[in-house]
Design a protein around this ligand. Structure first.
Ligand SMILES: [Zn+2]
Length: 511
C-alpha cells in the first residue's frame, strides 16, 4: 500500500515536471520563432521573386513548372528534406499567351481593356468584325433558331449589360471582433459539405456550361466572344474556363473585357449603332505532362515513437493567368515554406514529421491534392488506408494574403481544445477565433474526405473577394508584408505544437 502511494506520488511529480519542462521549452521556442520570423523574415523576398519574376502559374503551363522549379530550390535552400515533385495529372494540357489586343475601331476608336480566357485558341491574325449582342445562351434551341446564318464574321458580346455596381465602403476588409465572436458562437455549421465524389461529378457538367454555345458560334463563323462581370473599376476576371484536358474543346478567341467597356458597346447597340472590333489573339497549346507537379518537402520527425506520424500543411501553387497569383495563392505558398524555414533555422527537431504540399490544379478541380491523396491514402471510393491514419492533421491556407484570425473547425468539435491550446500562447498575434463552421472550395476538402482532421484558417479578406481574386489585379501590391510575416509565425507555432502534443489531433466521429 505504502509502495503504491509512493509510486503514485512519483508518477504525479514526473507528469508535473514533464509538463513544466514542456512549458519552458514552448516559451523558448515561441521566442525563437518570433525572432526568426519577424527579425530575419524571408517571406516577402520570396513572394516578390515568385510573383514578379515567375508571374502567373496556370495549371499545365510552362510558367507553372518554371515557378515550381524555383520554389523547390528555395525549399532546399531553406533546409527542407525530401524535396520532390510528384506528378498529379497525365492528361492536363499546357496553354500560354503570346500576344493579344482588342480595339473598337468604329464608330470611333477605343482601346478595350481585355484579357483572354484560359485555353482560348489564336485568332486568324488580326481580324475585324461587327459586334452582335447575345444576352443569354440558356435556351440553345431558341438561340440556334434566331442566329443560324447570322454570325459569320461577327464579334459576340455575350451576357447582359453589367450592373452599375461600384465598390462602396472599405475596399480592404478586416474582421471586426463582433464578426469573429459571431463565428465562434455558432453551434452547428450552416454550410453543408458535398461529398467529394459528388462534387467532382457535378463539376464535370457545370464546368463546361458554355461548351455547346462556343461550338455553335464557332461553327457559324463568329470571330470571337467578349464577356464581362459586374464589378466596376476596370476589373477583369479571365477565369472560369475549364477546358484543361487534352482532347477537349479549344474555345474560339474568348475574352473578358472590363464592364465599363461592355456597357458602352451594349448601349450603343441599343441606340442602333453597330460598333466594329479589331482584335488579335496568339496563344500556344502543348502537351508537357512533366509540368504537372505537386511540390513536396518536409522536416522529418525525430522522435522514435512519433516520427511515423505527420502534420501535413498545404496550399495550392497554381493560379489564373491575368495577375501574378500573389494573393491566390502565392502569399500562402511562401508562408508554408517560411514556416518550415523558421523551424529549421532555430534548430528545432520535430517529433512528428512536418510535411508541406504545394498543389497544382486546385483552380480546375483540386487536381493536385486529390492526386496526392489517391497516391498516398487510397482511391476516392475506397476506405482510407493505414497511411492516412498516420496524418495527425492537414492545415490549408487559401484565403488570400490577410492575417490569420482563427480557424474553421470544419465540423470537428473534438479538435477545439487542441487549437484553443495552440492559440492561447499567441493571443497577441491572433484572436484565434475557432468556429465549428465549414468553409469550402479548396484543398482541405480532399483530406477531410479521407477523415483526416482537415482545417482551413480564417484570414482577413482585405481586397480578396472584390478586387484581386482571379483578376488581373492579383498582384503584389495587395499583399501586406506584416500579415504574411505574422501568418508564417502563427503557422510555425501551430505545427510545432501539433508536433509536440502527446496525442494526434482527434478525428471526426463518423456515423
Ligand atoms: Zn486559391
Amino acid at each position: 500500500m505504502k509502495l503504491k502511494n509512493t509510486l503514485l506520488i512519483a508518477a504525479f511529480f514526473a507528469t508535473f515536471i514533464n509538463g513544466f519542462s514542456q512549458t519552458v521549452k514552448d516559451e523558448k521556442i515561441l521566442a525563437q520563432i518570433r525572432t526568426e520570423g519577424f527579425l530575419n523574415t524571408q517571406v516577402m523576398n520570396m513572394l516578390e521573386e515568385l510573383s514578379d519574376v515567375y508571374g502567373q502559374r496556370l495549371t499545365g503551363s510552362r510558367e507553372y513548372y518554371a515557378a515550381a522549379q524555383w520554389m523547390s530550390n528555395k525549399m532546399k535552400e531553406s533546409g527542407l528534406q525530401n524535396v520532390r515533385f510528384e506528378n498529379y495529372c497525365d492528361n492536363c494540357r499546357g496553354w500560354s499567351m503570346k500576344s493579344f489586343n482588342v480595339e473598337m475601331i468604329a464608330p470611333n476608336f477605343m482601346h478595350i481593356n481585355a484579357y483572354p480566357l484560359a485555353m482560348a485558341k489564336s485568332s486568324n491574325g488580326i481580324v475585324e468584325g461587327e459586334v452582335i449582342h447575345i444576352k443569354s445562351f440558356r435556351n440553345m434551341d431558341a438561340l440556334r433558331a434566331e442566329y443560324s446564318g447570322k454570325l459569320n464574321g461577327k464579334v459576340i458580346l455575350l451576357g447582359s449589360e453589367p450592373a452599375k455596381k461600384l465598390l462602396t465602403g472599405d475596399v480592404q476588409k478586416r474582421y471586426t471582433d463582433d464578426e469573429l465572436d459571431k463565428m465562434e458562437d455558432k453551434l452547428v455549421p450552416k454550410t453543408k459539405q458535398t461529398p467529394l465524389p459528388d462534387l467532382f461529378e457535378g463539376w464535370k457538367t457545370s464546368d463546361v456550361y458554355d461548351k455547346e454555345f462556343l461550338e455553335f458560334v464557332e461553327s457559324e463563323g463568329a470571330l470571337a466572344v467578349l464577356k464581362s462581370r459586374s464589378i466596376l473599376l476596370g476589373i477583369l476576371h479571365p477565369d472560369g474556363t475549364y477546358y484543361y484536358q487534352n482532347g477537349v474543346l479549344k474555345p474560339l478567341p474568348y475574352f473578358t473585357i472590363m464592364p465599363e467597356h461592355f456597357g458602352r458597346l451594349a448601349r450603343m447597340i441599343k441606340l442602333g449603332v453597330t460598333p466594329k472590333i479589331r482584335l488579335n489573339l496568339e496563344t500556344e497549346f502543348y502537351d508537357e505532362q512533366s509540368n504537372n507537379v505537386n511540390i513536396i518537402g518536409e522536416l522529418t520527425g525525430t522522435d522514435s515513437k512519433l516520427k511515423s506520424e505527420t502534420i501535413l500543411i498545404g496550399a495550392h501553387f497554381d493560379s489564373w493567368h491575368a495577375g501574378t497569383g500573389a494573393t491566390d495563392n502565392g502569399a500562402n505558398s511562401v508562408v508554408l515554406v517560411e514556416a518550415l524555414r523558421i523551424l529549421k533555422a532555430i534548430g528545432y527537431k520535430p517529433k512528428r514529421t512536418l510535411r508541406m504540399g504545394l498543389w497544382g490544379g486546385e483552380e480546375q478541380a483540386f487536381l493536385g491534392s486529390a492526386a496526392y491523396a489517391r497516391q498516398h491514402f487510397g482511391g476516392l471510393l475506397e476506405k482510407p488506408n493505414n497511411a492516412s491514419k498516420k496524418i495527425s492533421a492537414y492545415l490549408n491556407l487559401d484565403n488570400g494574403a490577410g492575417a490569420i484570425r482563427g480557424l474553421y473547425l470544419q465540423n470537428n468539435e473534438l479538435a477545439r481544445p487542441v487549437f484553443e491550446d495552440v492559440f492561447k500562447a499567441i493571443a497577441n498575434l491572433s484572436e484565434g477565433a475557432l468556429t465549428i463552421e465549414n468553409t469550402l472550395s479548396t484543398d482541405h476538402e480532399t483530406f477531410d474526405h479521407y477523415n483526416i482532421p482537415a482545417f482551413q484558417f480564417i484570414q482577413d479578406e482585405l481586397a480578396y473577394g472584390n478586387v484581386t481574386h482571379h483578376t488581373q489585379l492579383d498582384v503584389l501590391e495587395y499583399v501586406p508584408e506584416e500579415d504574411i510575416m505574422k501568418n508564417a509565425v502563427i503557422l510555425a507555432w501551430t505545427i510545432y505544437k501539433l508536433s509536440e502534443n502527446e496525442e494526434m489531433v482527434p478525428r471526426k466521429v463518423l456515423d
